[in-house]
Unconditional design. Structure first.
Lengths: 259, 359
């Protein structure tokens, strides 16, 4: 199920402004890759180009190649809508659909696309996804209540269940814990550990301890100066990045000398 | 450090004491003072046998403000006194603004009730001479419902879809142009909308072919910009997050709009549409020109013959000038006001039904 992502020579623009410059990297399947770096260095922007989500922002475009296994997702015949059903995304702020119940939120991907599904199949998918998101025990008795009635951490896990219910091969997470308390953060991190058995996971985080805790590989992004495009400075095994970084900039950032 | 500074200040320290404390007027002081002022002023006015509601209200307000501000300045200090002054002024402005509304409702209900009953609501003016003590507004209610209904059917799809286009799709120049023309449309005088449709009908069907549909279209011209504007605001309120959440599940844009954006803003859209209906249901001028002002019998057919409506009924009865005509006009006015109020209540109920629930 999980797929490898190969990025080569990717530039991201907002209209004429070059936001991210020349990124090449390989994201391994069945592993967690963390993006770290200071605010505004383009890591979220880059993450959004991995499922063509940046195209939702007017004026944003990307140049370069992103291969999902062997398919270039920027190829001319590729539909961004299909790309997004293959590469799911979880956002910084939990965003369950306010008009839907917990149950409907989980199968929103299928329902919104009018995929035909029998009641028993839907029930099964909901239970499987909620169990996968470690949320089943907490909500199984109130599946018909609105999703917005849950706590922040539960809402975020609901969003993860919703993202996994469409059976993607890659899961992108844009600072999924930055609005959560430590207990909920722990719940999500446990979940990430579990999910990496089936998915390729990419997580953007500001929290370096979190990157060190959850990820197998870490990529460090930085700006050479304010107003200049963000760049990938260094990428490697998380252990190596945090103990023996090759670049001076990475070391400065990790040891807290700036940023 | 001297002993005096470490001692706790006396509990009843005034403005001169510790700077974190100051005196306070009792909580009930304003209300008691207001009632007292009202009674004293009423007594004084009665003593001079010159009692009048307006004068009484004015003097009560002035004396209350003077006393409460002086008392507050002495006991509570300058900032709180200013607060009390502005609070009083804001409340006075509110009451002043309410006065015409209450007076209007009082007058309409007062005059309207003379003739307002089940019979009046259930018969038309067919075969009734203007001066006869008979007849009713059923035909006008029918006309108002049919014409406004058709106007709503025309303008809601156009208006909501325009708003969807403006919020979700339009970019750059075209968006500015459309927004500008919607604004221009908002400013069209209603009688001009009526004239426009009369001219159109003249061209399409020849002279003297006015009917309910013409009235409905002139109302739709007035309604569309209101619906566009209110729907636009409501659609903008739907958070970007929700759209992105839907895109991230591999849902195409049009499905995101129909299944996420529109349901989320359904409550607001309905309220906006109801307000737009309330705005046009009392339009008179375009209907006099288009749907006609002399129909007396019940006509459900929008495409054949003249159609009476409540505002036009009021206008034509009032112009006839007899006592019974005035009574009919007022009773019809009451009917119209009640219809509008009913719409507002309905808007509230529907809004609540559609609103996203949190528990």
């Amino acid at each position: 199920m999980a797929k490898r992502i190969d990025v080569s020579g990717l530039h991201v623009y907002y209209s004429d402004f070059l936001a991210v410059e020349d990124v090449s990297m390989t994201i391994e399947p069945r592993s967690v890759t963390a993006f770290i770096g200071s605010s505004g260095c383009g890591k979220s922007t880059f993450l959004r180009t991995l499922n063509r989500m940046h195209e939702v922002t007017p004026g944003a475009r990307a140049e370069g190649k992103v291969l999902l296994d062997d398919l270039d997702i920027y190829g001319r015949e590729v539909d961004p809508v299909m790309v997004r059903s293959e590469i799911g995304m979880v956002f910084q702020k939990a965003n369950p659909f306010p008009t839907m119940s917990i149950y409907d939120n989980v199968i929103a991907g299928a329902r919104l696309n009018n995929t035909r599904m029998s009641k028993s199949e839907a029930d099964e998918l909901v239970e499987e996804s909620l169990r996968g998101a470690n949320l089943w025990e907490e909500v199984k008795d109130r599946l018909n209540k609105p999703g917005s009635g849950l706590s922040g951490g539960q809402q975020q896990r609901l969003c993860i269940a919703r993202a996994t219910a469409v059976k993607p091969s890659v899961l992108l997470m844009d600072e999924p814990c930055s609005a959560l308390d430590p207990i909920s953060t722990l719940a999500i991190e446990d979940l990430i550990h579990k999910l990496k058995e089936d998915y390729t996971i990419v997580i953007v985080t500001h929290n370096m301890q979190q990157a060190a805790r959850v990820s197998d590989r870490t990529a460090f992004f930085n700006l050479s100066a304010p107003g200049k495009p963000g760049k990938l400075i260094e990428m490697g095994e998380t252990n190596q990045i945090f103990t023996r970084p090759e670049k001076k900039e990475t070391e400065n950032y990790i040891t807290g000398r700036f940023g | 450090m001297s002993m005096t500074t470490t001692q706790p200040p006396a509990p009843d320290a005034g403005p001169a004491g510790n700077h974190l404390r100051s005196g306070a007027l009792p909580n009930r002081f304003p209300l008691v003072l207001l009632v007292a002022c009202g009674m004293v002023v009423a007594g004084v006015l009665a003593a001079f046998s010159s009692f009048g509601v307006v004068l009484w209200a004015l003097l009560t307000a002035v004396s209350y403000v003077v006393i409460v501000v002086t008392a507050s300045a002495r006991i509570e200090g300058g900032r709180k006194a200013k607060d009390r002054l502005v609070t009083s002024l804001v409340y006075s402005a509110f009451l002043l603004a309410m006065a015409p509304l209450v007076s209007l409702l009082y007058t309409v209900v007062g005059y309207g009730l003379d003739r307002f009953d089940g019979h009046f609501l259930s018969v038309s003016m067919n075969g009734v001479l203007p001066s006869m003590d008979a007849g009713g507004v059923y035909h006008a209610i029918v006309g108002t419902l049919a014409i406004t209904g058709m106007a709503t059917l025309i303008s809601v799809p156009i208006g909501v879809l325009t708003a969807v286009y403006l919020v979700e799709y339009a970019q750059g120049r075209l968006k500015k142009v459309i927004t500008f023309f919607v604004d221009v449309m908002t400013g069209i005088p209603s009688i001009v909308a009526g004239l426009f449709v009369v001219a159109l009908w003249m061209m399409l069907f020849g002279p003297g072919k006015t009917n309910g549909a013409a009235g409905a279209i002139s109302l739709a011209v007035l309604m569309i910009p209101v619906v566009v504007r209110s729907s636009e605001e409501m659609l903008r309120l739907v958070p970007r997050d929700l759209r992105e959440a839907s895109y991230a599940l591999g849902v195409p844009k049009w499905r995101t709009i129909t299944k996420v954006v529109l349901p989320t803003s359904a409550a607001g859209l309905t309220t906006g549409i109801m307000l737009a209906i309330a705005r046009v249901i009392g339009e008179t001028a375009p209907l006099v020109l288009t749907a006609g002002s002399s129909a007396v019998s019940i006509n459900w057919n929008l495409f054949d013959g003249q159609m009476m409506s409540l505002p036009v009924f009021i206008y034509s009865q009032f112009r006839m000038g007899g006592a019974v005509n005035y009574e009919r006009a007022w009773a019809a006015a009451l009917t119209l006001v009640l219809t509008v109020m009913l719409l507002f209540v309905l808007a509230r109920v529907i809004g609540r039904l559609f609103a996203p629930k949190t528990r």
